[in-house]
Write a protein that binds this ligand. Structure first.
Ligand code: 5BU
Length: 469
């Protein structure tokens, strides 16, 4: 089978559809691809594998890995055709026995060909490669059936990875148009969609295509670029007011913290606009959801419901009370067209009076987070004063961040249990970033307040870093 025949065969079984489809991101797309039905057909699956083998014939690799689930049967065929061993990936991390995310007989240093059905953002590929590297495996080449993005190839190339796609969406459309399978109107709609503003569909409301592990680096880079270690906790419920304050304060912030469940009105409009503002203003979004349930429920709360947090937040907050598996519930769905996995900030110590978190609990939180650096860039922690915060900071695993809420320049607390530290105590005590809410958004001139918090927190950080070196 040739590439063009494959495209027609995919069209025959309805794997390629034209019309109007709402992607998980909320974006309306004029086409939809779903290769799950294709891999259940052995001949078609075999044909896809043969074409991928032909496409990658010049490459040297020792094993084949298919990204679950759709690409696993394709990878199995490739393994059978080439005689190279097949390795499998677990979708969920295993908590018992030996072994991590890779299943199969392998040894460190083996070079893997990573196979997937589609590439949308390149994100799940980066995550897979990260997981392989964690097991001592190498992977530089990714083979996919269809590249549905306009920039995944260059995104992956930026990470030193080479993408080998059988077809782009543009080629697929051309073939179907030539065969009289679609109308010129459909073809033009796809073309406009792919090339609108020179952007891929992922950049409209979705998160940037940075992989989870470099999230920590992204936070640090944003802080450095904006000379800000200030996170605004924008706990206002009216969307208009929210965006008016956010836009005014944005230059002073490295991150905005939200509570999507307090927002009034259309959450989709909220998250779309928030995402756009974050891109334009070089901000990260932390959704302070404080996930705390069992992994399976958390997975639904994270991906579904009216908020669909997974699609727009860069980071979420997580309680460890239910145990480490909650973090598996917060992994990205590699089959999804939604955005990337969020980083998790673990709640190590709270600022509210009388909270039940014990020292032992905090210690265990750092222990778990330290093992999960790819997913956990840092922690939320508070202490009653600078000295106590220093003690807390000493326990944070090296390289991870401590974000401190409950910070106010003039108040000591509120009448609902909040306890405040001043900016200097928080930062000199060990905060890498401070989280400020009412101290900023309740001020008449929120932008000016944000600037004074930023400048106080940033210079305190520079002093502390000097002290530490
Ligand atoms: P404030 O207005 O600066 O008091 O708001 C603090 C924010 O930080 C608010 O959104 C809380 O939900 C959040 N917070 C906190 O205050 N203390 C904690 O220990 C944690 C979060 Br965790």
């Amino acid at each position: 089978m040739q590439q063009e025949q494959l495209i027609l065969a995919l069209d025959d079984i309805g794997a390629v559809r034209f019309g109007s489809f709402r992607l998980k991101s909320g974006v309306q797309s004029p086409f939809y691809l779903d290769l799950r039905a294709a891999v259940t057909r052995p001949q078609l699956c075999r044909a896809m594998a043969e074409l991928l083998v032909a496409r990658t014939t010049a490459l040297t690799y020792d094993a084949v890995v298919g990204i679950p689930y759709t690409a696993v049967p394709i990878a199995t065929h490739i393994s059978a055709i080439t005689g190279k061993p097949l390795l499998q990936l677990r979708k969920e991390r295993k908590h018992y026995g030996t072994g991590g995310l890779v299943v199969g007989d392998y040894s460190a240093g083996m070079r893997c060909l990573v196979v997937d059905d589609l590439v949308t953002t390149g994100q799940s590929k980066l995550e897979t490669i990260e997981a392989l590297k964690a097991e001592g495996l190498q992977a530089e080449h990714i083979a996919v059936i269809i590249d549905r993005s306009s920039d995944a190839e260059s995104q992956l190339a930026a990470h030193g990875l080479q993408l080998h796609a059988l077809s782009s969406v543009a080629e697929l459309v051309k073939t179907l148009l030539r065969a009289g399978r679609i109308s010129r109107t459909d073809a033009e709609a796809v073309d406009r969609f792919i090339h609108r503003d020179g952007q891929s569909d992922d950049t409209v409301v979705r998160k940037p295509t940075a992989p989870a592990a470099p999230l920590l680096q992204r936070i640090r880079d944003t802080m450095q670029r904006k000379k800000s270690n200030l996170v605004l906790s924008l706990d206002v419920t009216d969307q208009q007011r929210f965006f008016a304050i956010l836009e005014a304060c944005a230059p002073a912030l490295c991150m905005v913290k939200t509570h999507a469940d307090i927002m009034q009105g259309d959450l989709e409009a909220f998250s779309s606009r928030l995402r756009r503002t974050a891109e334009q203003s070089d901000l990260l979004i932390l959704e302070d959801r404080k996930f705390a349930d069992i992994g399976s429920t958390v997975q639904k709360q994270y991906r579904g419901g009216p908020a669909r947090i997974a699609e727009w937040a860069d980071l979420v907050t997580v309680h460890m009370i239910a145990g480490e598996a909650i973090l598996d519930g917060l992994r990205a769905d590699s089959d999804s067209t939604a955005g990337t996995e969020c980083g998790a900030l673990l709640l190590a110590r709270m600022s509210s009076r009388g909270n039940l978190i014990s020292q032992e609990y905090t210690r265990r939180v750092f222990e778990i987070g330290g093992r999960r650096r790819y997913q956990v860039p840092g922690y939320i922690g508070h202490a009653e004063d600078r000295a106590a915060l220093r003690t807390l900071k000493r326990q944070v695993p090296p390289g991870q961040l401590l974000l401190v809420p409950g910070v106010h320049l003039s108040e000591q607390g509120d009448d609902l249990g909040q306890q405040y530290l001043d900016v200097n105590s928080a930062v000199r005590g060990g905060a890498d970033a401070i989280i400020v809410g009412r101290g900023i958004y309740q001020e008449q001139d929120a932008a000016a307040a944000a600037q004074s918090y930023r400048s106080a927190a940033w210079s305190a950080l520079q002093h502390r870093l000097e002290e530490e070196t």
